[in-house]
Ligand binder design. Structure first.
Ligand code: ASN
Length: 577
């Protein structure tokens, strides 16, 4: 096989250099004051960058003979250089002027230059950056390299600006990290591109990713959230699908919206609509005319996505007002942003080779991490990834450290899972591990009354006799928290109260007697305690009940004709338990 690199125009850099292509579409970052206000100025950005030492090392550039629009960052602390070539568009655009065709142009340029660069930075205005980022995320199929959109709120030529940091961070990430996603970098955070929305026109902190944590944060080091970063899809060659459908739109519901407005909006040539609904995906269910208009459109082949107007949260059919939209043929958009849903429609509807039903299915599926998979796949404590994520955040890369973290974390985490009765999380763990206080998942589950979990634990070899630091057993816990069925279940599995617990029983029984607490007495009886035990003042419960005139307690105790347990039969804990 011939070496594909041999035919490339751009000389291949030595391994300590990374190549990044900067596609400069416009935006505030390169704007200068002009007659009508701030506007992008052609050929000004590269000239300006050459004079900024943090963004260009002129000496090194001369040394290696960089020309034209190719610049180089100063070396990183690991002595790595990011060499970047700026491809400036003409005309440069305020992003309010960006159109669907421009998404296609950007996509084609990435595809053309894909093999020659390690990563891509797209300089773009902030106003519609979230739309472009979302669109590119769908258009780029089988992406294996980082594509990072950035820009700024203040031109890079001003003394106080956010453009320098944003560009520098984007270049460093694109040149150094294997993040095969379309991202948006702004104000020290790297977001998944199809999860963001612009939330602030006046702050440097202009973007939010309400339903997904950042992929990375630029602090002293870049902290990458590898668990969230998607894996590269090597199953086919990288391809940019530049065909997009323009017959898509966003319609925001508001109280009092007329059916005529909705009907007009849904007329041909409209093919895909994002309906921005209330709360968790709700619409009026007392408006049959409006619902009929929606149903008519979906029946005639318009795909309508249900996305919430809320910044955070997901569409679910928990309300009747949400169910009616499902009945009208809308597809639930989960926690997708309207920007992502709209560009996804544009991408999916343009696919000629697939039929309508498949397109509808694609709209409801997670294609590029744009929507959370619900119900979320539960994390299991036995899943090595879980511990690795924690270890990574603690900067532990060695096997021994990893093991130490696993040993330290598993017992309390297992107990935490037991508290909420999460059987799935516990699967595969060593259930008998106890925390610092000697409490096992069985103790916790017995306290909480999680019968199913206790059954599961008992059927998976958990010892029923574990004693915690205070001498309490799961059976003693179930008695204390009055879980009658739990007490029965544990007894069936052979559980017995231990001497420590029984020693306390006499006084406890007298106290229950004094307060006429029959339920409490019954718990002890079910757990196998001798109700004839004497309390600290030498009285049995029956004697005390008589003395206090507690007739119901007397009756209760008398009908229990239980033989006293022989003390020697009380099980002692074995050393190995
Ligand atoms: N109007 C500008 C744009 O979107 C805003 C910006 O970039 N900060 O192009």
């Amino acid at each position: 096989m011939s070496d594909p690199n041999a035919q490339r125009q751009i000389p291949q850099p030595p391994p300590t250099e990374a190549r990044v292509l900067v596609i400069y579409t416009g935006g505030t970052i390169g704007m200068t004051p002009q007659d009508g206000g701030l506007a992008p100025e052609a050929n000004a950005l590269v000239k300006g960058l050459r004079k900024m030492p943090m963004l260009h090392d002129e000496e090194y550039a001369k040394e290696i003979g960089l020309k034209d629009n190719t610049l180089v960052l100063p070396p990183t602390e690991h002595n790595k250089r990011v060499v970047y070539t700026v491809l400036e568009y003409s005309p440069l655009l305020d992003s309010s002027n960006i159109s669907i065709e421009d998404w296609g142009t950007i996509g084609k340029d990435i595809e053309k230059n894909y093999d020659d660069f390690d990563g891509f930075v797209i300089l773009h205005g902030t106003d519609t950056m979230a739309y472009t980022a979302s669109a590119l995320s769908f258009m780029c199929e089988h992406l294996c390299k980082p594509i990072i959109l950035t820009g700024s709120q203040v031109p890079i030529f001003r003394m106080r600006n956010d453009g320098r940091d944003n560009l520098l961070g984007a270049l460093l990430i694109a040149g150094q990290f294997d993040i095969p996603e379309v991202c948006l970098y702004f104000y020290n955070k790297l977001f998944r591109g199809n999860r963001v929305t612009k939330v602030n026109a006046e702050s440097f902190d202009a973007f939010s990713s309400p339903n997904l944590d950042p992929l990375a944060i630029a602090e002293v080091d870049f902290l990458i959230n590898w668990d969230t970063v998607r894996r590269a899809d090597h199953t086919a060659q990288f391809h940019v699908s530049t065909e997009l459908n323009c017959n898509v739109g966003l319609l925001r519901l508001f109280p009092g919206i007329t059916t005529a407005t909705v009907t007009a909006f849904l007329q041909p040539p409209m093919e895909g609509v994002v309906l921005e609904t209330y709360g968790s995906g709700n619409a009026p269910d007392n408006r049959p005319d409006l619902l009929a208009a929606l149903k008519e459109a979906t029946d005639s082949g318009v795909i309508i996505m249900n996305c919430t107007q809320c910044l955070k949260g997901t569409v679910s059919a928990s309300y009747a007002t949400g169910q009616v939209l499902k009945d009208a043929g809308l597809i639930a958009g989960g926690d997708m942003t309207p920007e992502a849903a709209l560009s996804k429609l544009s991408y999916v509807l343009a696919k000629k080779e697939i039929d309508f039903d498949v397109k509808k299915k694609m709209m409801g599926k997670n294609l590029r991490g744009e929507v959370s998979d619900f119900p979320e796949t539960k994390l299991s404590l036995s899943d090595g990834r879980f511990i690795q994520v924690i270890a990574r955040s603690l900067n532990a890369n060695y096997k021994e450290k990893l093991e130490a973290i696993r040993e330290a974390l598993t017992p309390p985490l297992a107990c935490a899972a037991a508290r909420i009765g999460d059987i799935d999380a516990l699967k595969g763990t060593n259930f008998s591990l106890s925390d610092y206080d000697g409490r096992t998942p069985l103790h916790i589950a017995a306290c909480e009354g999680h019968l199913k979990l206790v059954e599961y634990l008992l059927s998976h070899g958990v010892k029923v006799h574990a004693k915690d630091r205070y001498g309490d057993t799961p059976l003693g816990n179930a008695v204390r928290f009055r879980h009658k069925e739990m007490v029965k279940l544990l007894r069936k599995a052979g559980a017995q109260l231990f001497r420590d617990e029984l020693d306390k029983a006499g006084t406890e029984l007298c106290s229950l007697t004094a307060s006429g607490d029959l339920e409490g007495l019954e718990m002890w009886e079910l757990a196998g305690a001798d109700l004839n035990q004497r309390g600290y003042n030498g009285q049995t419960s029956l004697e005390l009940a008589g003395a206090l005139g507690k007739k119901e307690v007397v009756a209760f105790l008398e009908q229990l004709k239980k033989p006293k347990p022989v003390f020697g039969e009380i099980r002692e804990q074995r050393d190995d338990e």
